[in-house]
Design a protein around this ligand. Sequence first.
Ligand code: 7RM
Length: 656
Amino acid sequence: MSEADIKLYNPSAAAQAAAHVSGMAAYQALVDEAERDYEGYWARLAREMLAWKTPFTKVLNSDNSPFFKWFEDGTLNASYNCLDRNVERGLGDKTAIIFEADGGEVTKVTYSELLTKTSQIANGLKSLGIVKGDRVVIYISMSIDGVAAMQACARIGATHSVVFGGFSAQSLRDRIEDTGAKAVITADFQVRGGKQLALKSIVDEAIALGGCESIRNVVVVKRTGAPINMTAGRDLWMDELTAGQSTTCEPTWVEAEHPLFLLYTSGSTGKPKGVQHSTGGYLLHAALTTKWTFDLKADDVFWCTADIGWVTGHTYITYGPLALGGTEIVFEGVPTYPDAGRFWKMIQDHKVSIFYTAPTAIRSLIKAAEANDAVHPKSYDLSSLRLLGSVGEPINPAAWEWYHLHVGGGRCPIVDTFWQTETGGHMITPLPGATPLVPGSCTLPFPGIQATVVDETGKEVPWGQGGILVVKKPWPSMIRNIWGDPERFKKSYYPEDFKGQLYLAGDGAIRDAKNGYFTITGRIDDVLNVSGHRMGTMEIESALVSCTELVAEAAVVGRPDDTTGEAICAFVVLKRPLPVGDEAKAIAKQLRDHVGKEIGPIAKPKDIRFGENLPKTRSGKIMRRLLRSIAKGETITQDTSTLENPAILGQLGQNY
Ligand code: 7RM
């Protein structure tokens, strides 16, 4: 393939003709419809995509901006929309989920079976006294039970809050306390990459840390059956809970604004924020984006590799594909076990047609494939694929081209989907039958999403000029609140700088001068993106300084990393003399483990550098831009005249 061929990829005529949004004219017609009659557009789609118990008569309520309400007098149930509705339309025997365990065992469930399982769990939760509005924390790995547990909460109007299995007891405790959950649903163990992690004992540890008095029950799914502690009167097995429960459960009809879930995500300051999502608006966008961006059809096999502990797993595993009656893969394991050909083998075995993953996974699999033909995509039959997707961070053009050529065989469009936990679903993305693709660009806003780029004053900048990414109008699946902290919600997303009128995504962006295509230039706040995982530098700094016997002060910055996108680099001032050699290595390990314990393994700094101080201005502010340069290994050419202690730069630049 020559340079010229890979500049712009147009959808093939066949793909275009068959797509839900067929061609740029169709895309433009939708954009125009939303422009002409914004509320009418979303109301039409909400009626077409979802089954309502009580139809809504109001569309958007902006009276208490930025606390917007959508479809507020309508009632519905998310689980009914994902399960019963498909059974009623004759899809009861269709496979809903193909589950592949870490070790390769495959289990399938049909829509009827998933409905039965969900109903029994829902009845079980009811028997524990869980009612509409209660919160349930779910701390479980990828499994049919995990998806069913989420659906079961939705069925009875309980608000779920899934905590990623990689988070520590401390992080889990913080989330339990913040949500005030009545129950935790977990598993005895999590199995990934051939290793077992004792999930239930982490739940025990979290509760023992205190502050979890709201928890009445812990429900445990049996994954391995190895011995664990069960606290009498509090803990029970999922099998016990569901045994003898009726296989039907009348859905609890909830208002469209009823919180479907809370999901914690990192911000630039303080503790993680409980992002609150609605039922109606969220589900509409989950279903609609799955239909248009992934062009999901009846005979597709869809695979989103994200974990249900992240928003991508919520929208594109638990809700979107099921709302459309699709067939999807749920994978328990990791991309590199038993070897780095696992994804390709699974695509081949299950005849996956739509594959959605993260750039960090692609980059690590490129490395492995280049070193070993046996795990190269060319060693597998990937002819079932027709569409590829990317999410979580910018995809660099080289990785994009490799993905396109070697995984997609040069024939599959790649949808580079930009969105966030807060947005509920895709915001800026190509539509595969319409949008000509440019590697590295997420292209154009999803129809109805009014994204643009502004300067610090909120004024739109011309195409070709970088700035701040904002959304001009509220949209149905947007974050509704930060759980328990409406002030923080306003400050984070509708700041005064923009007169409270623009949604601030927290990313920088630039539009192509010719075609207006968006390229995301990265976070503009103190949020890092490591392997697609969002982390606040402040969170990691707090974790480091909580090691009070060792750490006096810490500053954390990101630096570019070929595989993980960004890597965490920590600068630490110790309460003891500067260590060198093996001693420095040992302390660095101790600190890494400490951060792992406080937050989770994903937050462990890759680099730790020690200094007697940090570069500070005379007013005491840490100069992070200098630390970022040091982390990258750059020689400092910036002006350091405002520094109180310029000599410190040399010290921090050294690795032990
Ligand atoms: C879905 C998700 C959100 C942050 C976001 C960006 C970055 C996500 C892309 C991307 C460039 C993309 N939710 N991001 N997708 N950057 N291109 N296609 O990732 O809340 O965990 O993270 O991720 O910085 O603000 S998230």
